[in-house]
Write a protein that binds this ligand. Structure first.
Ligand SMILES: [Zn+2]
Length: 175
């Protein structure tokens, strides 16, 4: 098949294939993620890696989506964290967006939360854009935790009482 015919065939096939957020993951080399934010109610489906490179505009969009929603401060989110989530998508076979409980946290927000709850560390990697707290509607929390441990790329915190798993791209450790 010529490239032109192949592209035409691909274009014809795309509308039939799967759910919208799966559409973004068509190309084998592309990486996409979808999110809903539990605090802001915002949704994001984004292809952030394609053609062998991270897509700067997509990363900017992600940085804004995962901002400190209490103060609206935006911080760079480690693309490695997105790859970690992408790995979780594959391992869990989820078809649902990641529900985000917490992404970037400013120092002020982290300090405020630290006084309110026990699970917040003083040197939290949330303050460096290296951590995210998540759950998936179609994956039991314990299974999401196991998948995060299997990815083996950083810290994994399990918070069943609050119904989320913390993952980060710091040292490999677990709690
Ligand atoms: Zn966390």
């Amino acid at each position: 098949m010529s490239r032109r015919n192949f592209m035409a065939a691909l274009a014809a096939a795309v509308p039939i294939l799967a759910a919208p957020h799966r559409l973004l993951a068509q190309s084998a080399s592309a990486r996409a993620l979808s999110f809903t934010h539990t605090h802001t109610g915002e949704r994001l489906a984004v292809e952030y890696f394609s053609g062998g490179a991270y897509l700067p505009d997509a990363l900017t969009t992600v940085n804004h989506f995962l901002r400190d929603f209490r103060t609206d401060e935006v911080h760079t989110i480690d693309p490695g964290l997105l790859d970690l989530l992408h790995g979780l998508t594959g391992l869990t076979q989820t078809t649902r967006p990641f529900q985000v409980i917490s992404g970037y946290r400013s120092a002020a927000t982290n300090e405020m939360l630290r006084h309110k709850s026990e699970g917040v560390a003083a040197g939290s990697l949330h303050m460096k854009g290296l951590a995210i707290d998540i759950r998936l509607a179609d994956v039991p929390l314990a299974k999401l935790r196991s998948a995060a441990l299997a990815v083996g790329r950083g810290g994994v915190g399990y918070y069943p009482a609050s119904d989320f798993v913390h993952v980060d791209t710091g040292r490999v450790r677990t709690w």
